[in-house]
Design a protein around this ligand. Structure first.
Ligand code: ATP
Ligand code: MG
Length: 774
């Protein structure tokens, strides 16, 4: 009868059928966690749970859409529509539209994206007269963001002397003030940034018990995918909402926790059993995604991590091909190899472009791959990076649309008040900002009351400002009747935006105009699509919300057949028949920024585990011996991760065959030199030259701090060595003047016994002693 339950194995069916109460599914990659979540929702609905009472939180909105589609095929379309499903940000933005007024936000609040936040912070720094080289707006935005994600409000910040002191030590004593101003300005603009969507939800649920009760009662069943990457703020929301019914189902894999740099906290998954009573824990062990070679290779990698939950992953899939390793001489050659290899597989195995993915550690690596794919006419799509909606001309159009919905939106207003140029200069805008700050109002409100305020703006400019206000108001009136597309098209024409780029006449100008047309097409699609949905109207505000909350994964247009290029972080949860992981080199992957501690290195290793487990049939790992980085050609060394895979699962297409090689056991000394006395012979593994793990600058600094006497510059010792004799007078940086009594030993062990003027006799190792011969 229940045919869809037959599409699960026994271990998967158990959590799907689990009745009420908290449950957690912990399992390795590709074992069906997401499938369990999807089927559990379908099952709940079949059991008569109202879709209205279910909340599901996913990693991308696209994943939510796909899940909804699957559920719709199981339980019928009309039911699935009412499910609240999406990323934390999009779900709680929706909640705040209903109840954010209790915190003083309008229901039409704008969502500031990272760029808006950064621009606002930059202008606050300027207004405060601070040095922009010390107060770097991007860093500050980052810092404020991490405070918010840890629920450190401005008040909490000032009450925490440690934080205040840390920023003072970092020579940014006024960071707290910037934070304060930033929060005030966002509030006044009727805007929330991404972090606010979680922070304010928490605030709402804590301060207003009746709101909390309403949503506790509504969301009787809460399900969270990728639970290992939730941050503190998200954790608290889920905890609060599920507190009453305790019907909380989380699925995740601690081995795939890769977002700690954004505040994700792996302990959320580790502590789940402590946080709820009677947690049922389910484990899935069978991987359905990948071949035996891929599953076992991935297992051999993750086993190198100390911190992890015990887990078994096996598959009944075929052995498949070995994991391939390929070396090239330059990154350009690496790109050509990947393109050629895709080309060949596509021909020989009749594959589609969409069955290939190229994954990398950092966005900048995509260029060489793109060049090579283009040369072979292989269509591709890049996910992440500068997205369509981030382009200047698109943000300009969107800014007009945002102003229509929320005229207080300061960042949108500043973008377009004089674009296209209408003779409103920066001085005027500065005056408006000052007045707005002074009266505690938005810039638009100041504009509306220009005649009553004495802002020292000449009558010509005043008229231009009034024209601007009239124009925005006419759009607002139109918005009451027209759909998003009709309005947007009208705005693009009426404001002169389209004309502005057409006039420009350059290829860039034309490209920009085409982009705006593409945006309009997108809005049209959106309006058409929304007509099918019960609670949507195709209104402009809904489109803007969609755009603001699209994750990097969601921002794709159309479903045509293309090779996917993306960072490993973005690839989480996805699967592709053939996966290329490029740039398998030390300092790149693992990243040079993440090798300072064991836990950072373990996170890099988890990232490698995520990358490898995206592959269904074939994984190819490539590295190059030379790579352009920061505009320079540098020597690259193969990644340690290449050595870490069990040999039996690897085939090296380009092995280094010079037999036994030297490798240092404790790697290098504190000067970063290979310590020859510690060398031993070692056989290369997996056909790659053995890696010498050089300590990075940070580690060297730490080592030197621990043993300061070891930091003597090498040349110092030479001078001392050459003309130091018994009877010499010397000066020591710390002990002062003294006379050499005796010299003994030789080479590295050469020592001098010195009678210091202040009274004591010391025996010093000349190699390190900071001695000056007088
Ligand atoms: P990840 O850790 O990467 O997020 P996951 O545990 O969520 O992986 P899924 O994406 O749910 O795994 O499943 C992996 C693949 O295996 C999917 O293609 C899914 O459709 C398939 N699959 C899962 N369970 C079964 C099953 N019982 N029978 C057939 N296919 C299955
Ligand atoms: Mg999954």
């Amino acid at each position: 009868m229940n045919t869809f339950l037959d599409e699960l194995n026994d271990a998967q069916r158990a959590p799907v059928l689990h009745k009420d109460g908290p449950l957690m599914v912990i399992a390795g990659a590709g074992s069906g966690k997401t499938r369990v979540l999807t089927y559990r929702i379908a099952h709940l609905m079949e059991q008569g749970v109202d879709s209205f009472n279910i909340l599901a939180l996913t990693f991308t909105n696209k994943a939510a859409k796909e899940m909804k589609k699957r559920i719709a095929t199981i339980v019928g379309n009309s039911e699935a529509k009412n499910l609240w499903m999406g990323t934390f940000h999009s779900v709680f933005a929706k909640l705040l539209r209903f109840d954010g007024d209790k915190l003083g936000y309008p229901s039409n609040f704008t969502i500031y994206d990272t760029q808006d936040s950064q621009r606002l912070i930059a202008s606050i720094i300027k207004e405060m007269g601070l040095d922009k080289d010390i107060y770097k707006y991007k860093q500050i935005q980052n810092r404020i963001s991490s405070y918010k994600n840890s629920l450190i409000t401005v008040k909490a910040y000032f009450q925490n002397p440690e934080l205040v002191e840390a920023d003072a030590m970092a020579k940014r004593p006024r960071l707290g003030e910037i934070y304060q101003n930033y929060v005030d300005r966002c509030f006044k603009a009727g805007a929330m940034d991404f972090d606010d969507l979680l922070l304010r939800t928490n605030e709402l649920l804590t301060r207003f018990p009746e709101v909390l009760m309403k949503y506790q009662d509504r969301f009787r069943y809460i399900l969270v995918d990728e639970y290992q990457d939730t941050n503190h703020s998200q954790y608290l929301i889920v905890k609060a909402l599920s507190d009453r019914y305790q019907n909380i189902c989380v699925v995740g894999d601690d081995a795939q926790s890769i977002y700690s740099f954004r505040g994700a906290n792996i302990s959320n998954i580790l502590n789940f059993q402590r946080d709820y009573d009677d947690v049922a824990v389910y484990r899935l062990e069978q991987n359905y995604r990948s071949t035996k070679n891929i599953v076992n290779a991935a297992n051999s990698i993750i086993a190198k991590n100390k911190n992890q939950l015990e887990k078994v992953v096996w598959t009944s899939n075929g052995e498949g091909q070995l994991i391939k390793i390929h070396r090239s001489v330059t990154d350009a050659e690496e790109g050509r190899y990947v393109a050629a290899s895709i080309f060949e597989s596509r021909m020989q195995q009749q594959m589609q472009n969409g069955e290939f993915a190229v994954l990398y550690r950092t966005n900048s690596q995509s260029r060489a791959i793109e060049d090579a794919l283009r040369k072979r006419d292989i269509p591709y799509r890049i996910y992440g990076g500068l997205s369509f909606y981030q382009r200047k001309e698109i943000k300009d159009v969107l800014a007009y649309l945002r102003i229509i919905i929320n005229p207080k939106d300061e960042e949108a207003l500043k973008r377009i008040i004089n674009f296209p140029a209408r003779g409103i200069g920066q001085t005027t805008i500065d005056k408006l900002v000052v007045a707005a700050n002074h009266y505690g109002r938005s810039i638009f409100e100041v504009l509306e009351h220009l005649d009553k305020l004495n802002l020292n703006i000449n009558s010509g400019t005043k008229r231009k400002l009034e024209d601007f206000v009239t124009m925005v108001k006419s759009f607002q009136i139109m918005n009451e009747g027209a759909d998003a597309f009709t309005l947007a098209e009208h705005v693009a024409k009426k404001t002169g935006l389209l004309l502005e780029f057409k006039k420009d006449g350059t290829p860039e100008g034309i490209a920009k105009m085409e982009n705006i047309e593409e945006l309009l097409n997108g809005i049209k699609d959106f309006v058409e699509g929304q007509k099918e949905l019960a609670d949507a109207t195709g209104a402009l505000s809904e489109f803007l919300e969609d755009v603001a909350l699209a994750t990097d994964m969601d921002k794709d247009v159309g479903d045509d057949d293309r090779v996917a290029l993306m960072t490993i972080h973005l690839a989480k949860g996805l699967e592709f028949p053939h996966v290329y992981i490029v740039g398998m080199e030390e300092d790149l992957f693992p990243s040079a920024m993440s090798m300072n501690t064991r836990s950072e290195l373990e996170e890099e290793r988890r990232l490698f585990y995520v990358a490898l487990t995206r592959a269904e049939k074939q994984a190819v790992l490539t590295y190059t011996q030379n790579r352009y980085r920061w505009g320079k050609l540098i020597d690259a060394e193969p990644s340690r991760f290449l050595e870490e895979i069990d040999e039996e699962f690897v085939e090296n297409l380009t092995p280094i065959n010079d037999g036994y090689r030297y490798k240092s056991m404790i790697d290098t000394n504190i000067f970063g030199e290979v310590d020859k006395s510690k060398l031993r012979q070692i056989k290369p593994r997996n056909g790659i030259p053995p890696t010498v793990h050089k300590p990075n600058e940070n580690q060297l600094r730490k080592l030197r701090k621990l043993k300061p006497e070891l930091s003597a510059p090498a040349n110092n010792t030479n001078i001392v060595d050459s003309n130091l004799a018994e009877g010499s007078m010397v000066n020591h940086t710390r002990f002062g003047k003294g006379k050499v009594l005796k010299i003994e030993g030789a080479g590295n062990d050469k020592k001098a016994e010195i009678q210091f003027e202040r009274g004591d006799v010391k025996k010093l190792l000349l190699r390190f002693a900071k001695l000056e011969v007088l």
